[in-house]
Design a protein around this ligand. Structure first.
Ligand SMILES: Cc1cc2nc3c(=O)[nH]c(=O)nc-3n(C[C@H](O)[C@H](O)[C@H](O)COP(=O)(O)O)c2cc1C
Length: 190
């Protein structure tokens, strides 16, 4: 069957072998219901044919936009590979069980940060954040549970485009689209 997932696995593995940092870094574009876009880098923490999972605060800007307009585009760009992948589709929140399992793997400081950070909101000064962090560390001397405001979003792919640099800007582009009969693909002009 012609699906984009084998290619995605190959390209991510190639990037893991050559990128100096964060080969799983991906730009996540969201938009308000009025169509005003915003984009930021996040880390891909899991993927399969059901979707691509990223974790974040559920009360920050990106999550508020996703709650109002649950559609995104992801964009991986691997400079060492001269490749780009764009993934488009709706999102859903991951289950509490899945989020708990991922949160439990994070270092203690990152776990505490998830409680202490009011992501995307104004911070008067760094000391305020550090005081909040200290309070969290004292409140949870042992295990730190996942905050209710921190979880994952699963991007459910409806289209995936693979872009490979070629001489003279005569690049290769292949767009996979999910239809009622499964995935089909075609080329795009560069
Ligand atoms: C390499 C890199 C990886 C990042 N990964 C994440 C991530 O996985 N989750 C996250 O919430 N923020 C991550 N950030 C921070 C985001 O880019 C962003 O600043 C933050 O999520 C707030 O975005 P928002 O205000 O649009 O919600 C990362 C930043 C960089 C540069």
């Amino acid at each position: 069957m012609n699906t984009p997932f084998t290619r995605f696995a190959e390209w991510l593995a190639a990037a893991e072998a050559t990128e100096p940092n964060d080969p799983n870094a991906v730009a996540l574009a969201t938009a308000t219901p009025q169509g005003r876009p915003s984009v930021r880098i996040v880390l891909l923490k899991g993927w399969d044919e059901q979707g691509f999972v990223v974790y974040t605060n559920l009360t920050g800007r990106k999550s508020l936009e996703l709650k109002a307009n649950p559609f995104v585009q992801l964009n991986f760009h691997w400079k060492t590979q001269r490749r780009q992948i764009r993934i488009e589709g709706p999102v859903e929140q991951v289950s509490d069980h899945e989020a708990d399992a991922y949160f439990a793997t994070r270092p203690r400081l990152s776990q505490a940060g998830a409680w202490a950070s009011l992501q995307s909101r104004p911070l008067p000064d760094r000391a305020t954040f550090e005081t909040r962090l200290e309070e969290v560390l004292q409140r949870f001397p042992d295990e730190i549970p996942r905050p209710p405001h921190w979880s994952g979003w699963r991007i459910i792919p409806e289209s995936i485009e693979f872009w490979q640099d070629r001489d003279g800007r005569l690049h290769d582009r292949e767009l996979f689209t999910l239809g009622t009969d499964g995935w089909t693909s075609g080329l795009l002009y560069p």
